[in-house]
Design a protein around this ligand. Structure first.
Ligand code: DGJ
Length: 546
């Protein structure tokens, strides 16, 4: 239900007349994938997130914008903070937003706006001073001993309504000044929500809610066989008697895990309230991001109750208006973690794909787009990349930018794969070759380059993508791997290379061949090789023989 509070903004935006869901950035299904549509075209976000404070100063950012464009980014993830847009209650100052829009447009970049509202990394440091200083109206979350935290309580209606009002004002402003342009393509709601250093808020309102009945929607979800099956939340509900009523302890037992489910539910409901109202003003895609948890840590040691892998179904039920939940991945086990956020009800977007200087970022990007049909990828602190030196992320983005029409065409259709060695949470690299079939051929990708000295190979950074573009034609791109081939199905049992060209796509999207690779470059027809450290594209035609 849209409150009166937001009806004003909805009316204002609606009066602009062009804000139908099809005419603003939105998600569209293609096969098993979701694609982001902007200005009527699919957009694959080659992104990067700005450091937290950078966007608060247009002067600070000025030299960085052109560099971000030159780095082959098409989208920048930039914070908009509540304290800057509403310095006094009800008085909005759009200068920080307008300068972002102007700079992005001047440098042919799109924006994902990160709403730093009530919470940023659990804490409430981006709220305006009039909120921070009014603890009576905007109560803090509390520890069990009653001490207040620098975290606003999610159980205060005044806090939710004030945040929602600012959020809707931002959306109305974007609808007005950007609705025709679509510079802003998505919106992140809050940043890495989660309770610290305990599993839940112990303030008066939170304690009262904890002793109330578990909400009907969640109970119904628990009883539906499609949801929660095999999850920790589902198992704890089963272990406590599959109850259809009762308070949180009765339904889930007395534990920090229960406190975390409770926290997740009420954070999700808070976010849902913003998203539902915000979408009635300007219905662009919206998501919530998450700080992932290290195994064996207790909720509260990590931000409790965010849209974590074990809480995805709680968030899906609690915040159904969100388009998706997005992992910030700073751990080594990128492929395992990213895979958990690729579901039929959740397209993958990685707003923070570790720090931008990490050598494995490019391999992660190829994997996310090629294997998991990602909407986008964004390493953090992107403006800190030193572009005076050759940089692997920039080289990889240059290749991905050229490939983006082919990738977008292949997403969700089973004609593409991405690969990188699996890396475990402790950093162990599993360099075992991977085998996948696409069209009529099976590809075996080996990550250790046998044609180059093995000492010094950074195997964790190796990876790439294969895209089928014709019956026997494939684009193979990336660096640090060797591919061998076999036919799939009936017919002649052997596969060979008809031709392998290196090359690139020009700005019009036409293939411009370079050398025809043969002889030593294909090991006399035995394999295709993309040498370590050299991001490139090869166009390969295969054939069968006996
Ligand atoms: C994750 C947060 O979401 C970012 O805003 C930033 O604080 C990074 N951590 C720093 O590594």
């Amino acid at each position: 239900m849209v409150s009166k509070l937001t009806a004003y903004f909805a009316g204002l935006a609606g009066a602009l007349g062009f804000l139908t869901a099809a005419a603003v950035p939105h998600l569209e299904t293609q096969g098993t994938a979701s694609r982001l549509i902007v200005n009527g075209q699919p957009l694959m976000i080659l992104g990067g997130e700005l450091g937290n404070s950078s966007a608060s100063s247009a002067a600070y950012m000025a030299p960085h914008w052109p560099r971000l464009h030159q780095m082959h980014l098409n989208t920048v993830l930039a914070p908009v903070s509540w304290e800057l847009i509403e310095p006094a209650q009800g008085r909005f100052d759009w200068s920080s937003v307008d300068s972002l829009l102007e700079a992005a447009r001047a440098n042919q970049l799109k924006l994902v706006v990160l709403w730093f509202g009530a919470w940023k990394n659990s804490m409430s440091t981006y709220v305006p001073a009039w909120v921070k200083r009014d603890q009576a109206r905007f109560p803090r979350a509390q520890l069990p001993n009653g001490q207040g935290l620098d975290i606003l309580s999610a159980f205060a209606t005044a806090t939710r309504d004030a945040d929602k009002k600012a959020f809707c004002a931002l959306l109305a402003h974007l609808a007005k000044v950007d609705g025709h342009n679509e510079t802003v393509v998505m919106l992140q709601v809050e940043n890495e929500i989660g309770m610290l250093p305990v599993a839940r808020d112990y303030g008066g309102a939170a304690n009262a809610a904890f002793h109330e009945s578990v909400p009907e929607e969640l109970l119904r979800g628990l009883a539906s066989p499609a949801r929660f099956a095999g999850t920790a939340v589902g198992k704890s509900w089963e272990a406590h008697g599959r109850k259809t009523s009762g308070d949180w302890t009765e339904v889930f037992g007395e534990s920090d895990a229960t406190a975390e489910v409770f926290t997740a539910w009420y954070y999700a409901r808070f976010v849902e309230s913003l998203v539902e109202a915000g979408k009635s003003v300007y219905p662009i895609p919206m998501y919530a991001n998450v700080a992932l948890n290290r195994p064996l840590k207790a909720p509260g040691e990590y931000p409790s109750g965010g849209p974590l892998p074990h809480l995805l179904d709680v968030w899906k039920l609690g915040a159904p208006a969100l388009d998706f939940l997005a992992p910030d991945i700073y751990f080594s086990n990128f492929s395992d973690l990213a895979s958990r956020y690729k579901r039929s009800d959740n397209p993958l977007f990685i707003p923070e794909a570790n720090h931008a200087d990490k050598s494995e970022a490019p391999a992660n990007a190829f994997y996310a787009f090629g294997k998991l049909d990602a909407i986008g990828f964004g390493p953090f602190s992107i403006e800190s990349v030193d572009t005076a030196q050759p940089n692997p992320l920039v080289a990889a983005y240059q290749v991905l930018q050229q490939l983006s029409p082919a990738i977008l065409a292949a997403q969700g259709r089973g004609t593409m794969t991405g690969f990188r060695p699996r890396v475990l949470e402790d950093g162990t690299v599993i360099a075992t070759p991977v085998t996948e079939s696409i069209g009529g051929y099976q590809f075996t990708v080996s990550f250790v380059d046998t044609q180059a000295p093995q000492a010094g190979q950074n195997v964790a950074s190796h990876g790439g993508i294969i895209i089928q573009v014709g019956p026997e034609d494939y684009l193979i791109a990336g660096q640090g791997f060797i591919v061998t081939f076999a036919p799939v199905g009936d017919g002649p049992p052997l596969a060979g290379i008809d031709s392998a060209w290196e090359g690139s796509f020009n700005t019009a999207g036409a293939w411009v061949p370079g050398r025809l690779l043969n002889g030593d470059q294909t090991h006399q027809g035995r394999h295709v090789r993309l040498a370590p450290g050299e991001y490139q594209i090869q166009r390969v035609r295969l054939y069968r023989y006996r």
